[in-house]
Design a protein around this ligand. Structure first.
Ligand SMILES: *Cc1c(COP(=O)(O)O)cnc(C)c1O
Length: 480
C-alpha cells in the first residue's frame, strides 16, 4: 500500500481546482461559496485518505462533488418530505402536522408583534402561559396548567420542582426508554430526586408502593410505557389505586402520560390509550404529556394538575430555561381551540384525521394513485395495490394496527432498495416502505396534493434522472 502522505500529494490544490471551467462558471455567481465547497470536499478526501489509504479521485470527480455540494448548499437543510411510510407521528419526520388554524396562528405570531407577555386590559406585563392555561383547564378539567418546551422538559421540571433531594417512587415496569435519549431513570436522576424502584418488571402491587413510602417520599410517579407493553403474567397498579394511596398518605401522584389524547376515538375503533380528561378525573395530582403526539399540535410539554403544585413548578428557575416559544404557543392555542368541538377536532387536526381515516376511503385513494402511476410508469415498473397496516408512531398506540392500503411498486430495471434510495433524493424527497422486495406507498400519510407529485418523483427515480452514477448516499444527487 502506498503511504497516505504520498497519496495526499496526488490531491490537487484548491487554486488548481478553481481554474476548472465549470467551477469558474459557478464562481461568477458566488466565489466564496465555491471556495468553501472546494475546501470542504478536499478536506473530506484528505480524511478518507489518511484513515483508509485509498486512492484520491481524479480532478473531474472532485469537480463534480464540489458542484453537488454547491447546489445542495443553496437549498434549505430542513426540507418538506413526502411521508409514504404510513407512520402518522414519525418522530424523524417532525411528528404532528399542524392544522390550518394552527399554521396560521404560528405564522401570525412570527410576523407580527403580539400580546405574548402583555396584558392589554391593564396595560402592563402579562404572562405567556395564560394564553393556553384557561383553555387547558376548560378542556381537561384540571385546576391549573403550564406549558414548556417538550414533555421531557415537563417531566424533568416537575421532578426538579417537587421532588429534588427527596424520593420518587416508581414501578420497575415503568422505567422505560422513550426514543433515543429519554430514559426515565436518567431523567429522574438529573432532576435531583432519588429514585425508589418498587415491584418487578412484570408485576407491581400496591403493597410494594406502600412498603417503600416513608417521610422522605415526595412523589408517586406513574409512567405510561408508550412504545411497549408488558403482556402475559403481569400486574400493574391502576391509576385509581395509586391515587387512593397518595390521598391516604398525603403524597402527590404524578403521571407521565406521554402521548395525551384529548378525544376518545373509541367510536373510530381506536382504543388502548387513555384520554387526558379521564386521567384527570381519576384524581392524579399532576399529569404531563406531549403537544406533538396524539394531541396533534406543535412540540410542547403540557403540565396539568393541582393549583399549588403547578404554581410551585412555575416558580422554579428552570421554567425559564425550558420555556415555550411564541409561535408554539400560538399554534398550541389554535390546536386546543379545535377541541371545543371534538367532531371538528377529528376533522381539522391532521393527526387525528389520519388516525381515523377509513380503510374504504384509503382503498379508493390507493386505487386512484395506482391508476395514475401505472399510466405514467408504463413498463418501468409493475404497479399494484395491497392491504397493509399503518402505525400511529411517536410511541403512541404501539399495539394498534391501523388497517390501510398501499400502492406497491416493483421496478423492472433496478432493485427495490435502489428505488427507495433514489426516491429519497427526488425533490421533494419521498420516504416509502420496502417490504418483501416491493416498495410500498402507504396512502394514509400522504397530504393533499402529494399524490400528484408522486408520478414525477417515481419517473425521475426509475429513470435515474439527476442521479450521479458511482456516487451513492451522501452528495451524489443534483436537484433540478
Ligand atoms: C414521548 C414521551 C416522552 C417525551 O416527550 P417529548 O415531547 O418527546 O419530549 C416522555 N414520556 C413519555 C411516556 C413519552 O411517551
Amino acid at each position: 500500500m502506498e503511504q497516505p502522505k504520498n497519496l495526499l500529494r496526488q490531491l490537487p490544490a484548491v487554486d488548481q481546482l478553481l481554474r476548472h471551467p465549470l467551477l469558474q462558471e459557478l464562481s461568477q455567481k458566488d466565489h466564496n461559496l465555491v471556495v468553501a465547497c472546494t475546501r470542504q470536499v478536499l478536506a473530506g478526501w484528505r480524511e478518507k485518505i489518511l484513515a483508509a489509504g485509498i486512492e484520491p479521485p481524479d480532478p473531474e470527480e472532485l469537480v463534480r462533488e464540489i458542484r453537488n455540494r454547491y447546489k445542495a448548499s443553496g437549498r434549505s437543510s430542513v426540507r418538506a418530505v413526502i411521508n409514504a411510510t404510513g407512520i402518522v407521528l414519525h418522530t424523524n419526520m417532525g411528528r404532528a402536522i399542524l392544522s390550518q388554524a394552527a399554521t396560521e396562528a404560528a405564522l401570525m405570531a412570527a410576523r407580527r408583534y403580539t400580546n405574548l407577555e402583555f396584558d392589554l386590559a391593564r396595560g402592563e406585563r402579562g404572562s405567556r402561559y395564560e394564553h393556553v392555561a384557561g383553555l387547558l383547564q376548560e378542556l381537561t378539567g384540571a385546576e391549573a396548567a403550564l406549558v414548556v418546551n417538550n414533555n421531557a422538559a415537563a417531566v424533568y421540571l416537575s421532578l426538579a420542582a417537587l421532588a429534588a433531594g427527596r424520593e420518587t417512587i416508581i414501578s420497575r415496569g415503568q422505567l422505560v426508554e422513550i426514543g433515543g435519549s429519554f430514559r426515565v431513570p436518567e431523567v429522574m436522576a438529573q432532576s435531583g430526586t432519588r429514585l425508589v424502584e418498587v415491584g418487578t418488571t412484570n408485576k407491581t402491587y400496591l403493597r410494594d408502593y406502600e412498603a417503600a413510602m416513608g417521610p422522605d417520599t415526595a412523589l408517586l410517579l406513574k409512567v405510561h410505557p408508550s412504545n411497549y407493553r408488558i403482556q402475559g403474567f403481569t400486574h400493574e397498579v391502576t391509576t385509581a389505586e395509586l391515587v387512593d394511596l397518595g390521598r391516604r398518605r398525603q403524597v402527590p401522584v404524578m403521571e407521565d402520560l406521554g402521548s395525551g389524547f384529548l378525544v376518545d376515538l373509541e367510536n373510530y375503533g381506536i382504543t388502548g390509550e387513555p384520554t387526558v380528561q379521564a386521567e384527570i378525573k381519576q384524581g392524579v395530582d399532576l399529569l404531563t404529556f406531549s403537544g406533538d403526539k396524539l394531541l396533534g399540535g406543535p412540540q410542547a410539554g403540557i403540565i396539568l394538575g393541582r393549583r399549588e403544585l403547578v404554581a410551585a413548578i412555575a416558580r422554579h428557575p428552570l421554567t425559564r430555561a425550558l420555556r415555550v416559544d411564541k409561535m408554539t404557543l400560538a399554534a398550541l392555542e389554535a390546536t386546543l381551540r379545535a377541541y371545543r368541538n371534538p367532531d371538528r377536532a377529528v376533522q381539522e387536526i391532521p393527526t387525528l384525521a389520519a388516525l381515523v381515516a377509513r380503510p374504504e376511503a384509503l382503498r379508493r385513494q390507493a386505487e386512484q394513485l395506482q391508476a395514475l402511476l401505472a399510466g405514467v410508469l408504463g413498463s418501468r415498473a409493475r404497479v399494484g395495490i395491497k392491504e397493509i397496516t399503518s402505525q400511529a408512531g411517536g410511541g403512541s398506540l404501539p399495539l394498534t394496527e391501523l388497517p390501510s392500503w398501499g400502492v406497491t411498486i416493483k421496478p423492472e430495471q433496478i432493485t427495490v432498495d435502489e428505488l427507495g434510495r433514489r426516491l429519497r433524493h427526488t425533490d421533494p424527497p419521498v420516504v416509502a416502505r420496502v417490504q418483501d422486495e416491493t416498495l410500498i406507498l402507504d396512502v394514509r400519510t400522504l397530504l393533499p396534493g402529494e399524490s400528484e407529485e408522486l408520478p414525477r418523483a417515481l419517473v425521475e427515480a426509475l429513470d435515474g434522472i439527476n442521479d450521479s452514477p458511482g456516487n451513492h448516499e451522501n452528495v451524489g444527487w443534483e436537484a433540478n
